[in-house]
Design a protein around this ligand. Structure first.
Ligand code: URA
Length: 236
């Protein structure tokens, strides 16, 4: 027997956290009865219906995409905008692991394995996310120190793991800065640079954990190897 939310995530329907939300909101039926308690358990033999649709197990799939600009990090959009999932040739119900903004590019993992998504995203794992930002202004030593000391946004202090000025250009009054963070809050990098007075004009994620682009061009993707998937699950 295992917890209902874990089972739903393992079927590839969504992440465990999303499954918890669905359960709490009364969207999940087990053998014809709505279940709202997060503690309930299933064996896998039950009929589980979510939002009126019978849950089916599907093969797990894992992808690494070099996300282009102009794509939403979601599986579907009610306004008909392009989504990252449309870039992947599969019938599986995959979804992005976390989010990159519409105009952010770079490393984005996609899967239908809720446990995998949870492992990558869980704050306690604090997986490195390496970003390269083009910012307005000359991001000198003082700015680097201020950022490294941590910035407070809406009462929460964010301390980057590392900040490094890569280049600056006096003519265009802009800088290229690498920043490594462990969390993954919405717009976190842009908000952090904004808070110290250097708005971001371009943002790329170069690495997430041990996943790097390694020559993948914008819009290109590859399947993860079994070894890579195992490595994610074996890291504490
Ligand atoms: N931080 C941001 O501000 N945007 C992203 O897309 C990712 C991290």
């Amino acid at each position: 027997m295992e917890r209902l939310q874990k089972f739903i995530a393992e079927c590839g329907y969504c992440s465990r956290r999303k499954a918890e939300e669905l359960i709490k909101n009364g969207k999940v039926m087990v053998n014809g009865e709505i279940v709202k308690e997060l503690g309930s358990k299933v064996s896998g033999g039950e009929d589980i219906v979510i939002n009126g649709v019978l849950l089916k197990k599907e093969e797990k799939e894992y992808y690494l995409l070099n996300k282009p600009r102009g794509y939403l990090s979601t599986s579907s959009d009610d306004k008909g905008r392009k989504t990252v999932v449309q870039l992947i040739n599969t019938k599986a119900r995959i979804y992005p692991v976390g989010r990159l903004d519409y105009d952010t590019t770079g490393v984005l993992l996609l899967t239908n394995d809720g446990e995998f998504a949870n492992k990558i995203m869980h704050p306690s794992n604090s997986i490195d996310k390496v970003y390269v930002a083009k910012v307005e202004g000359i991001f000198g030593g003082e700015a680097v120190h201020r950022m490294e000391a941590g910035v407070t946004i809406d009462g929460v202090k964010y301390v980057p793991k590392k900040v490094k000025l890569k280049k600056f250009d006096l003519v265009t009054n802009s800088s290229i800065v690498q920043i490594i963070i462990g969390e993954g809050h919405n717009h976190q990098v842009k908000n952090m640079f904004e808070a110290v007075g250097y708005p971001v004009s371009k943002l790329k994620r170069e690495r997430e954990g041990f996943f790097e682009l390694n020559g993948l061009k914008s819009g290109e993707y590859r399947k993860l190897s079994k070894k890579e998937v195992q490595r994610v699950f074996s890291t504490k």
